[in-house]
Write a protein that binds this ligand. Structure first.
Ligand SMILES: [Zn+2]
Length: 354
């Protein structure tokens, strides 16, 4: 409505006064301020539109998604096997948001070192460096990739890897690590939302403290899960995706968990029964573990060292199925719906979820 109001106002102003160009510019600016900038609904609509477009483009062209816990965990497990203990002999920083001082610090800490361990907190990867008190953090965000290459063999993690990107380094390569066996690790990021940076133990602890409970760790118990739900009043989907409460769940798995548990994602957490919380807990555990075993949903073009091509995409029950028949009730009159909940396109079946 706001955008139409803005257009109407601008046209009327022009027709009434037919003023000089600067005057039109001024009026248009005023209109924009009143109808655009101050209209929260308008800003939200624009953001929603871009998110939807990004999601649509991803699904249509590549089946790529924002990596969530299972995808990042798969990257971690793969890279662990390839990288741990290998001496880093060269580091090239091609594009970076780091300051000059940070680049110097990066080179000082990384060169001649090796990765002792790779850990994961939510969707964040933490590389533990040998002979250094610094930790290297990598967040893939929307378009990040970590690509390992040994001669012609490529192991990639993150977003899909199409044929035109098979020449490395590519135009989106930001950092290149070269190891003693002449293998390379490339950090690519097309949009530049992801990051790679060094932090001290103190900074790392501060960052980790912002993450909520980890679904694959022992602390993810029914009692802790119930406590989170009982103490937070918000929509269920918003709670599942809140990284400071539960780490690692994003849009895809939140939809899948709600569908599997038979609970509508729009429900308020205060309305959930004990049985429903139990169901949500067991579905979260089951779905995330299965997705890790199947190597996540992101890896459409993924091929590992053994030529395996894992894909949770085929297991998705509700996500991306808008307008399709529900795989559970198979009621032709009730197709899968998609609605914006907690700021994200949310899929659900009105018959199977309550
Ligand atoms: Zn259904």
């Amino acid at each position: 409505m706001e955008i139409f109001g803005f257009c109407r106002f601008a046209i009327n102003a022009y027709l009434r006064h037919q003023p000089c160009f600067p005057c039109i510019g001024f009026k248009i600016s005023v209109c924009f301020v009143f109808y655009g900038i101050f209209s929260i609904q308008f800003v939200k609509s624009v953001l929603w539109f871009f998110c939807e477009m990004l999601e649509v483009v991803s699904i249509v062209f590549k089946h790529t998604f924002m990596p969530e816990l299972p995808e990042v965990e798969t990257v971690r497990q793969d890279l662990r096997q390839k990288l741990l203990g290998k001496k880093i002999i060269q580091l090239e920083i091609l594009k970076t948001k780091l300051s000059k001082k940070e680049v110097v610090e990066f080179e000082k800490n990384i060169k001649s070192s090796s990765f002792q361990e790779i850990e994961r907190y939510g969707k964040l990867l933490v590389f533990v460096l040998q002979k250094s008190k610094q930790y290297m953090l990598v967040h893939l965000k929307m378009t990040g990739q970590l690509v390992y290459q040994l001669r012609k063999k490529i192991i990639m993690g993150g977003h899909s890897f199409s044929a035109h990107e098979s020449v490395l380094p590519g135009k989106h390569t930001r950092v290149i690590f070269t190891f003693a066996d002449q293998s390379n690790l490339f950090f690519n990021d097309m949009r530049g939302f992801g990051y790679i940076k060094l932090v001290s133990v103190k900074e790392l602890e501060k960052i980790i403290s912002r993450f909520g409970i980890e679904p694959l760790k022992d602390t993810f118990t029914l009692s802790n899960f119930s406590k989170i739900i009982r103490t937070k009043k918000m929509k269920l989907k918003a709670l599942l995706m809140n990284q400071s409460l539960i780490a690692g769940i994003g849009n895809i798995y939140a939809d899948e968990i709600c569908f599997a548990a038979g609970v509508l994602p729009e429900r308020s957490t205060v309305s959930l029964t004990v049985d429903e919380i139990e169901k949500l807990y067991s579905c979260t555990d089951k779905i995330l573990r299965k997705a890790v075993v199947l190597r996540g949903t992101t890896f459409n073009n993924y091929v590992d060292g053994d030529g395996k091509k894992g894909n949770f995409l085929e297991c998705l029950q509700v996500y991306g199925r808008k307008g399709k028949i529900c795989l559970r009730c198979r009621d032709e009159k009730v197709l899968i719906k998609k609605k914006k909940i907690a700021g994200r396109g949310t899929h659900f079946c009105e018959r199977c979820q309550f």
